[in-house]
Design a protein around this ligand. Sequence first.
Ligand SMILES: NC(=O)c1ccc[n+]([C@@H]2O[C@H](COP(=O)([O-])OP(=O)(O)OC[C@H]3O[C@@H](n4cnc5c(N)ncnc54)[C@H](OP(=O)(O)O)[C@@H]3O)[C@@H](O)[C@H]2O)c1
Length: 351
Amino acid sequence: MQKHSKIFVAGYRGLVGSALLRKLRALGYSNIAVGDRAELDLRERRAVDEHFAREKPEYVFLAAAKVGGILANETYKAEFIYDNIAIASNVIDASYRNGVKKLLNLGSSCIYPKLAPQPLKEDYLLTGPLEPTNEPYAIAKIAAIKMCRYYNEQYGTNFLSVMPTNLYGPGDNFNLETSHVLPALIRKFHLAKLLKQGKIEELRTDIARRPLGFGLQLAPKADGKEVETLLGRVGIAATAVELWGTGSPLREFLYVDDLTDAVVFLMSTYDYRQVGEFVNIGAGKDLPIKELAERIRQIVGFAGEIRFDSSKPDGTPRKLLDVSRMRSLGWEPKIGLEQGIKLTYESYLFE
Ligand SMILES: NC(=O)c1ccc[n+]([C@@H]2O[C@H](COP(=O)([O-])OP(=O)(O)OC[C@H]3O[C@@H](n4cnc5c(N)ncnc54)[C@H](OP(=O)(O)O)[C@@H]3O)[C@@H](O)[C@H]2O)c1
């Protein structure tokens, strides 16, 4: 990939896509096409074809997808499978038909069987049943990996797939209905802290700036009592924050700038024969959600309790990626969890 190469970043407004744009620009790549979101719905084949014909990208980062946490995955099952299959098949096939030199497809660690041995090696794909709460998403992600592989085998393309662990960072989704666990924890503790401090005006501004989710809205002149009632509906009180599940599942987290570092490194250095069908990208270590919550509580500065609602689902008990293949290719993450959470909280406060 040269500095003047034409690059298409699909999903440029998302957590990964926006971080990729920052990274590519910082490295001096200046010929980047994103495709105006209002005009380019990647589920629409004709729009995708027109975009490729017009922009003629040489390199494609496929970071567009319908993404969400357990609740969103359970609620929007049909959209999770349809949108993700449509986006991936349109972009992958258009890349082949337009002679794209290299494509990098972002998958997810959800592709692995629910009870696969830990840490998860790339070889464990399709060795057992998936976690039911995100099966539609996982099936779409597996279809995309297989498309890349079989296009490489039949058409001689150079399409790479990566499986990142849970990502977080600036530009994350803080909507409590659709977000992942880490940004949801940051927001819940932040709002609980403001409530405890009686900062009703700041709470009003926060809720007006970013939707809480679940259709929850605040009247512009809502008083303290109304704000408290609204937040109570998502488990936030001045004395305690309630979280879904038991807190015991183990999860791994990677700061998004580490992920973009890894994918630009792969795109510039390797082809699919060296990478294999796909490669895991992770931090190489995990921690219980309970411990993650405690760390975030401290960083945000909420002096209250954490309660777990064990009637709510936990999801997979453990999900740690085996990152030895990526290590053997010469890449390691650089940003630790503590630093990453602080940077993400800062971005939440000031973006
Ligand atoms: N976040 C994670 O923890 C994580 C972990 C592992 C893998 N991944 C993978 O990384 C990739 C990017 O995830 P992310 O976290 O950056 O997700 P995200 O923040 O939700 O961003 C997804 C992007 O895709 C775009 N998009 C969705 N549907 C589209 C459509 N029909 N047409 C055009 N654009 C569409 C969205 O555009 P709008 O903003 O306009 O809707 C958004 O820019 C996904 O493949 C995901 O599976 C993410």
